[in-house]
Write a protein that binds this ligand. Structure first.
Ligand code: NAP
Length: 462
């Protein structure tokens, strides 16, 4: 625990600098123009926090710290170099699991060493830290497994599940309460640890992969709060500040994502979205009309206004540069090109903005869903690049659809819609999309990157 007798000015000043950098970084992340800088600021903040900690009075042996630094840096670098952008959600889930297990282990170690001498307040913070840390660890590992496809993505539900979850939850809280009352009750402490791990699994298995981004953002919030509680246990200000920032930003993000999908947090956590195949609306029948590359190029070349709507397929195909090249070719011909961005297109918030920014698409060409929708009826061609759920008109037209009420980019209102996808694959919700059967929709099959490159070439030849 912190040596309170001697003020440690170097440590406090570096922690203050780190806190400012974290807050500044977070603020910068709220706009695509400054988001990159925000990441660097946050990184610098983390470096300052680590350097400051090295000046802690209680450190007597640096060997473990150096070993941790080397190991952590190696794992972090490997992740950054080899994990593809498309696997970012599951990579993030793994990071949450690492952070959470670290908090839980610190809590367990503190309990083993100091439980007898701790104040009730510190013991409460420790209990919170360990409960949130353990459940976030296993919850994040299950989320990662589902997103990576090593665990079945569909919700796992059985009779009596909610009752069992309640029992585990109250068993965990009850054990925590008893430890508060009797710090020598080690058996109850370890029961709480085991139930925490179990609760994480039980909390996430009934949720389908389509809802994993929201779950992860919630788990992120728990991991942050667990770190903040660790800060109270260790008397460490930077952990309290960074943990609270992390905890609340994760929570706000979960709410924003739910809002963009027109769902509630309870519906995400207990709704079992994706468990059953729901009926698509009456429009999802008939044939999908295919269009040739040449015909698609002619329609684009002679259009006045084209709106491009990217989705998850753009990310899997890494087609962001190819889409920018097509837009350039069209603009050279005098066509107005705009991008319509749905807030939950892809697999994480801001996914499309990040990819398009990487390809140097001017930020002014990106239009949020609410801005682009009124323009679609005057759009000659809407080009859907690997998007599916976010352009599914059932969300608007079929009250029985599980995504009913979710706002969509209304591409079906454009004069012509060209959909670029590989085949008849469904979106992450697993729902059929009536858009593909509409009179004004034309399917252009193939990998988005390859199709866009060939399309750009073809437009040049028109
Ligand atoms: P989507 O509904 O998952 O559809 C993606 C489509 O891309 C698929 O239908 C697939 O069809 C196609 N595709 C895949 N690889 C491709 C490739 N290489 N080339 C061309 N097409 C390819 O994607 P979305 O419209 O972006 O919707 C996002 C979904 O994630 C929504 O359900 C949303 O609610 C959910 N979600 C997102 C977030 C977030 O933060 N972004 C958070 C929570 C939930 P083929 O297999 O036929 O190619």
């Amino acid at each position: 625990m912190e040596n309170l007798a001697q003020p440690n000015y170097i440590l406090e000043v570096t922690y203050l600098i780190a806190s400012i950098l974290f807050i500044w970084g977070l603020k910068s992340l709220s706009h695509p123009d400054t988001a990159r800088r925000g990441m660097f600021l946050a990184e610098a903040g983390m470096a300052a926090a680590i350097i400051g900690t090295l000046f802690h009075h209680d450190i007597q042996f640096f060997g473990w710290i150096i070993a941790g630094l080397i190991l952590g840096s190696l794992v972090g670098a490997a992740f950054a170099i080899w994990v593809p952008m498309t696997a970012m959600p599951q990579r993030t889930a793994l990071s949450h699991a690492f952070g959470a297990i670290a908090a839980a282990l610190v809590g367990i170690a503190e309990f083993v060493m100091h439980s007898g001498t701790m104040s009730t307040f510190t013991r409460s913070a420790l209990g919170l830290e360990v409960m949130l840390g353990t459940l976030t660890t296993t919850g994040s590992l299950i989320a990662c497994g589902k997103l990576q496809g090593v665990i079945r993505g569909a919700p796992v539900q059985f009779k009596g599940q909610q009752l069992l979850n309640l029992l585990i939850f109250f068993g965990m809280i009850g054990s925590f309460g008893y430890v508060l009352y009797n710090p020598a009750a080690t058996g109850f402490f370890y029961t709480m640890v085991v139930l925490g791990f179990l609760f994480g699994v039980m909390l996430v298995i009934p949720i389908g992969s389509a809802d994993m981004p929201v779950v992860m953002s919630l788990l992120n919030s728990y991991a942050g709060l667990s770190s903040a509680a660790t800060g109270f246990v260790l008397g460490n200000n930077i952990l309290i500040i960074a943990g609270t920032l992390d905890g609340f930003s994760g929570f706000i993000l979960s709410i924003l994502m739910c809002k963009a999908m027109n769902r509630s947090i309870t519906n995400v956590l207990f709704g079992g979205f994706g468990a059953v195949h729901h009926e698509a609306g009456p429009g999802a029948t008939g044939d999908m009309k295919e269009i040739s590359l040449e015909d698609a190029a002619v329609r684009l070349a002679y259009a006045n206004k084209v709106v491009i709507v990217p989705g998850y397929g753009l990310a899997t195909a890494q087609a962001q540069h190819a889409v920018r090249d097509l837009a350039n070719v069209l603009e050279d011909r005098g066509v107005t090109v705009k991008y319509g961005i749905h807030p939950v297109a892809g697999r994480m918030p801001g996914h499309m903005n990040v990819l398009l920014a990487e390809a140097n698409v001017p930020y002014g060409d990106l239009y949020e869903m609410e801005q682009i929708n009124p323009e679609l009826s005057t759009t000659d061609v809407a080009v859907v690049v690997g998007a599916n759920d976010v352009v599914n008109p059932d969300a608007r037209d079929n009250p029985n659809s599980p995504i009913a009420g979710m706002p969509i980019v209304e591409v079906d209102k454009a004069k012509t819609v060209i959909v670029l996808k590989r085949g008849q694959g469904r979106g992450f919700s697993g729902l059929e999309n009536p858009l593909f059967f509409k009179q004004n929709t034309n399917m252009l099959y193939g990998d988005a990157k390859a199709t866009l490159s060939r399309l750009a070439q073809e437009v040049k030849n028109v």
